[in-house]
Design a protein around this ligand. Structure first.
Ligand SMILES: Cc1cc2nc3c(=O)[nH]c(=O)nc-3n(C[C@H](O)[C@H](O)[C@H](O)COP(=O)(O)OP(=O)(O)OC[C@H]3O[C@@H](n4cnc5c(N)ncnc54)[C@H](O)[C@@H]3O)c2cc1C
Length: 418
């Protein structure tokens, strides 16, 4: 089988690459190991698809941190605003929520996936489903992509195979192996945007309890991180958006060394120390017979309030009127800076994204083309680039997909038209 451009992986990055290349009249063949496209895309935002975020390109670059500079040209090629316009113009309007996250108005990830598929089909993209790219080699100016017993001959290839997280959706890290065959270095894939496991066992007793807004601080190896948002207790630690964003940074420290990282949680970040003390005192005065858990229930979910009492008083029964000044200070410290020890991240199978992947140093950020092998391009999570929660990771897929598709088509336009 022969094609001008072979794209491996029909996730958001591969579909976008196919559309942008086909718009330049390239002949595109999209190979997908699943029997349908966008299996992970359909899971995003709990089925609602948080497709991007509000903010300028510069704000995006800052949010990405160390990979922001690399992503900048891609963000200019297909910006967050252009992504929204793309879907709007195809009858899939989007809307932003208070926190800046952008979703389709229908709240259906399937509308986003369907829109991409229809657009690609209208542009003449060919799909090969249920076929896994197993091996890739270069032969003169052509690539040979082996799928089962067949070989696809292609002038250019875009690897859009995703990372290694949620492997049941098809992303099992194949792209790393295929890229390594061409000499690419792979930055060790690590779980990110995932729950964290704590040394303390008590969080596990609160599994399923959620707190709408906490602030977490962590420090290790001379660096400090802070994140805010909802927290959810898990079977062996903590999860939820505030924890997920922190995990993106801690994974680099936890994975290679498994060194524990101390973290401190402010359960009530909207109340400063003094205001909280005044409000606690008022509650204690109004309810002198109540135990600390009863007093704290005015501020925290009942189960967490009970846990805070157990941490300070064990099984002892203490009416509010007997709480000493120093005990009150201890309680305040526990509410504003509760210590936890993070020992590891959840496994990569449970992580929202993979941190690590094909080294950015070996990819030209202005085209997404390999610096080691001409006409080999990369798009999406297979690249060592990731962002925080809030639509930033799908934006990487849209932007790098668009730039890779555009570059592959433009670079080869003359050859293809011959
Ligand atoms: C539960 C969940 C919720 C998420 N929610 C959000 C969200 O709301 N917002 C956000 O920004 N991000 C979210 N993400 C992250 C986001 O889904 C990914 O960053 C994004 O899907 C990456 O796109 P991709 O195209 O690079 O990879 P993928 O979506 O993983 O697609 C890669 C495709 O390549 C195929 N493939 C792999 N190997 C081969 C092979 N050898 N041959 C053929 N095909 C192959 C796979 O089957 C797959 O279809 C979420 C992730 C998860 C797991």
């Amino acid at each position: 089988m022969k094609t001008e451009l072979c794209i491996i992986g029909a996730g958001p990055a591969g579909l976008t690459a196919a559309i942008f290349a086909a718009q330049q009249n390239a002949q595109v063949l999209l190979v997908e190991r699943n029997t349908t496209a966008g299996r992970k895309l359909l899971k995003t935002g709990r089925g609602r698809c948080n497709l991007t975020h509000t903010g300028s390109i510069e704000e995006f670059v800052r949010a990405y941190g160390s990979c922001g500079r690399f992503l900048k040209p891609a963000l200019y090629a297909f910006s967050p605003q252009q992504v929204r316009e793309f879907f709007h113009s195809r009858n899939v309007p989007t809307q932003e929520e208070k926190d800046g996250c952008v979703f389709p108005v229908s709240s259906k990830a399937s509308d986003i996936c369907q829109c991409l598929l229809e657009t690609a089909r209208k542009l003449g993209v060919s799909f090969l489903y249920g076929r896994r790219a197993e091996h890739m080699a270069a032969n003169h100016q052509r690539f040979e992509v082996r799928i089962d017993k067949e070989t696809i001959i292609s002038r250019a290839v875009i690897l859009a195979t995703g990372g290694a997280s949620w492997p049941m959706t098809g992303s099992t890290g194949d792209g790393y192996r295929l890229a390594a065959n061409f000499g690419h270095s792979i930055i060790a894939p690590k779980p990110a945007l995932c729950p964290l496991v704590t040394e303390e066992k008590w969080p596990g007793c609160l599994q399923g309890v959620g707190i709408p807004h906490v602030r977490i601080r962590a420090a290790a190896e001379g660096r400090r991180w802070e994140s805010e948002g909802p927290l959810m207790f898990t079977a062996d630690g903590i999860g939820g958006p505030a924890v997920f964003d922190l995990s993106r940074h801690l994974t680099d420290i936890l994975s290679p060394n498994e060194k524990p990282v101390p973290a401190h949680i402010d359960w009530l970040p909207d109340l400063d120390f003094q205001t909280l003390e005044n409000r606690l005192l008022a509650e204690m005065t109004a309810h002198p017979k109540k135990e600390p858990a009863g007093i704290l229930s005015a501020f925290l979910p009942r189960q967490l309030a009970q846990q805070m009492q157990s941490l300070l008083w064990g099984n002892e029964k203490v009416p509010a009127s007997h709480i000493s000044r120093s005990q009150r200070k201890d309680l305040l410290n526990l509410l504003k800076s509760c210590s936890l020890t993070i020992v590891k991240t959840a496994p990569i199978e449970q992580a929202t994204i993979t941190r690590g992947g094909v080294s950015r140093n070996e990819i030209d950020p202005s085209t997404m083309e390999s610096r080691l092998r001409a006409n080999l391009f990369f798009a999406g999570e297979v690249i060592d680039a990731d962002g925080p929660c809030g639509g930033y990771n799908l934006q990487i897929a849209w932007s790098t997909g668009a730039l890779a598709g555009l570059s592959a088509a433009q670079k080869n336009r003359q050859k293809w038209s011959c």
